[in-house]
Design a binder for this molecule. Structure first.
Ligand code: PLP
Length: 380
């Protein structure tokens, strides 16, 4: 099942330039002064991508590491944390909160709709005694985008630290860390950045540093202890040996993303066209509103075994798309159109293969997915 076309919402296709960067000679990251400068410059590029003056770091471990590190570093036993939950990742954030002794209080919304800021405000008027809040920008399993732009300033008004999981939106959807009052923003290498899986990017506000460095109890753990990084540059010291090759590749991918001023427009055009093609084809999108332009999630057609369908698509047409997990297991199919996969030729090929594979299972789309997609892209 080694598919040619990897149309999953992470990992995404890694282009040749980025793969070449992986093969550069390995240096000693602890003893080579130039490496500290390289890493420093990379953090500045990451900060630029996130539109922030806050410190940025790159951690050795895929996106999930950032979620855990934020919880480990901020939460002390008994702290109340608001977990904004309208999807699998939003809910799951609460598990990390509890793991580090926090009390997770869920603000649960409709899983098919973005969080309603007005309802959240009504909730906060009654109870706003939280040390921090967690929120997911793009809920990858459902293809939903939350209005972080409104939510974080609201939480900020109530003096609640904001932690945003933007793993599947960074570089595909606009994220403005400073303008939107995001204390900790989290991203991963393998989504819209289209670098190999393995790294987390994180930005940390002055306020978040302050909370971490002035705890009553010590931080549990080492890898997840962000406070160790506070003076890495001044002291020319890393908590552990840096993954040099992965960082070389990330640098290339981040530069590409920073220099690509059409990326959001491209994601929006492709996202819109994919959704329209699916709807014209008679499929039902999972979100009812607030679609993310990085991934599209639609209901599994009645009677179809989505796992068999995906296997068939990969084995016979060499296209890999995704299903989902947890409460959405078997219920949806997902096309990732993020980063390097967000180009019309790739999406066209994927939809064409999907059209054929649906027919192989006795399902005829009302209108051909790839033809509708092509028409929309050409009409623009
Ligand atoms: C991919 C993703 C993560 C990170 O998961 P990994 O398995 O570590 O890649 C976290 N949050 C969201 C919303 C994601 O899409």
């Amino acid at each position: 099942m080694l598919s040619n076309l990897l149309m999953t919402p992470g990992p995404t296709y890694v282009n040749e330039e980025v793969r070449r960067a992986l093969s550069r000679a390995v240096v000693n990251p602890d003893l080579d002064d130039d490496f500290y400068e390289f890493y420093y410059k990379l953090t500045k590029q990451v900060a630029k991508l996130l539109k922030t003056r806050n410190d940025a770091l790159i951690l050795c471990g895929e996106g999930i590491l950032g979620l855990e590190a934020a919880c480990a570093s901020i939460i002390e036993p008994g702290d109340r944390v608001l977990c904004i939950d309208n999807g699998i990742f939003g809910r799951g954030f609460g598990d990390f909160v509890k793991m580090y002794g926090g009390e997770a209080i869920y603000f649960t919304g409709d899983y098919r709709k973005p969080i309603d800021t007005y309802e959240l405000e009504e909730f906060l008027k009654k109870d706003s005694n939280f040390k921090m809040a967690t929120i997911v920008h793009c809920e990858t399993p459902s293809g939903l985008l939350n209005p972080v732009k409104e939510i974080c300033p609201l939480l900020h008004k109530y003096n609640i630290l904001t932690v945003v999981d933007a793993v599947s939106s960074i570089a595909g959807e606009d994220l403005r860390v400073d303008d939107w009052n995001i204390d900790i923003a989290l991203g991963g290498s393998q989504k819209c950045l289209s670098a190999p899986p393995g790294l987390t990017i994180v930005s940390i506000s002055e306020k978040a540093w302050d909370v971490m460095l002035n705890r009553k109890t010590p931080i549990t753990g080492f890898y997840c202890n962000l406070s160790l990084w506070k003076r890495w540059y001044q002291e020319k010291w890393f908590p552990y040996t840096q993954p040099v090759s992965d960082l070389f590749a990330l640098e290339c991918a981040v530069d590409n993303a920073v220099n690509d001023d059409k990326k959001f427009k491209r994601h929006s055009q492709i996202g819109n066209a994919v959704r329209e093609a699916l709807e014209k084809g008679g499929f039902e999108l999972y979100p009812l509103d607030g679609y993310s332009n990085t991934v599209t999630s639609f209901l599994t057609p009645e009677g179809l075994d989505e796992k068999k369908y995906r296997e068939h698509l990969a084995d016979n047409y060499e296209v890999m798309i995704a299903g989902a997990f947890d409460v959405l297991d078997g219920k949806v199919l997902r096309i990732g159109h993020m980063g390097e996969n967000c180009y019309a030729d790739k999406v066209y090929k994927a939809l064409k293969a999907m059209d054929s594979a649906f027919r192989d299972f006795g399902i005829t789309p009302k209108e051909s997915l790839h033809k509708t997609f092509d028409q929309i892209m050409n009409d623009r």
